[in-house]
Design a binder for this molecule. Sequence first.
Ligand code: SAM
Length: 279
Amino acid sequence: MLAANPTIEVLGVDRDRLTIASTARRLAHFAPRFRTHCGNFSELDVALASVGWPAADGILLDLGVSSRQLEDPERGFGFRAAGPLDMRMGPDSGPSAADMVATLDERALAELLRVYGEEPAARRVARVIVARRASAPIVTTRDLADLVASVVPRHGGQHPATRVFQALRIAVNQELEHLDRFLGRALAWLAPRARLVIISYHSLEDRRVKRAFQRWAGACTCPPMVPRCECGARALVAILTRKAVTASAQEVAGNRRARSARLRAVEVLAHTGGSEVGS
Ligand SMILES: C[S@@+](CC[C@H](N)C(=O)[O-])C[C@H]1O[C@@H](n2cnc3c(N)ncnc32)[C@H](O)[C@@H]1O
């Protein structure tokens, strides 16, 4: 975007200090048009205030975890190389994945794996985690991946621990809570005619984005038995993507992680005047 439009200004926001530092270095040649802010996108008002912008003409949210984070064994997001079972994206994240695995009771662990990982073997995995930690703490990514692989069969090309790692990462970083908070306030951060583009990587995110966009576009939320709309639905945005846009086969061939990406976009019709709009 910076290269394509010589007048545009971009503020790069990430809660991960290391990502902010490396991105600031990589795009230093675009300064002063490119600036960075280390913070949470659910508090975008703080980021906007840091550069003195009242609102943005566009927001692009690229959700989830980056390849750089996944591939650094010290961060504990991936299981291909052994590393500490950490998974915290930033200082605003909660307890580490190792802390969660060590302290949650079996039922809470199973629920977390079922809801955030959509893991069919959630109860079996929770049971084996609780049994193992009684004799030895689970502190590395390899410990956990091997343990999960001992009770979950391999499906296709996916490692058996993929869903368990996704679930823990979402919980540790409260990813869905931050997305909900963002969707509850985003319209106040967008200027008239601004565009909001969101790339999700799993159905828990995409469902939230799709529903918020439909509501903002004026979809009535009254129960079916109500003869006339009482919810006061009115269109605040136009939906630009009738269906989620997915990566082409060519793009997936060059970047396998793009296979699960779902992009949705809206354009603001009327500014909400800084008021918060429920997500
Ligand atoms: C898919 S990656 C983005 C990759 C980036 N587009 C690139 O090309 O390098 C998602 C990024 O969002 C960050 N992130 C996730 N949740 C966040 C949140 N609530 N607030 C701020 N940053 C967040 C992660 O730290 C990660 O760096």
